[in-house]
Design a protein around this ligand. Sequence first.
Ligand SMILES: [Zn+2]
Length: 243
Amino acid sequence: MSWPEVEEIKKQTDVAIIPVGSTEQHGLHLPLKTDAFIAYELAKLAAQKVPVVVTPPIFYGESSHHLDFPGTISINSSTLVSLIKDVAKSLVRHGFKKIIILNAHGGNTHILQTAANEIHQETQAFVALVDWWTIASDEVMKIKTSPIWHACELETSIMLALDLSSVDLSKAVKQIPSALSKFIKYDFAAGEPRARVAWPNVKKVSGSGVIGDPTKASIEKGEKIVNKVVERLVTLITELLAK
Ligand SMILES: [Zn+2]
């Protein structure tokens, strides 16, 4: 986009999406770009259906728990908070007063909540934090047949649907570590009761880097998930535009 194009779209929308991912290992079968790629593609698909500005993706996240694997690049929590705040403040200055932080990396969620709170307090902008797996969790959880955590059935299915050539399914392995307690669950969808724990150094619990069962992934599942998530994003944006 050029600046006149941004000026033009401002007449139609005051909503902007900041896609946030990571550069981190995703098992033997998925590329390092997986999270940033998913966030950016989902945002762009939503933008095809409803007026919204999509910023370039944030390619780095808090991935210290993956650093034992080559290729992972991690930024610390305070860097991520500062980065998101600076991007958001620029958007607010241009008149985008409703910001959606679209996140694709679980390790970022709690940090982005801090950033969202601070952006709101400092600019009064409306800020929504959306993890792709929670905005359509009711539908997405019907599709999965195995625990979801990392480089798992869901994430692999989405990548098969969005960027088939980047996935080597022949290298996908199932790896689900045993937890230390019944309150600790290697499944985002397992619900409560549960105890939250520090992200484990993934290499210590999974040699492949996978936590989940990517062998259950399929293009069809991926397409369903993408459609549901994009549909919900479009609904969210439409509702925000009406306010
Ligand atoms: Zn991921």
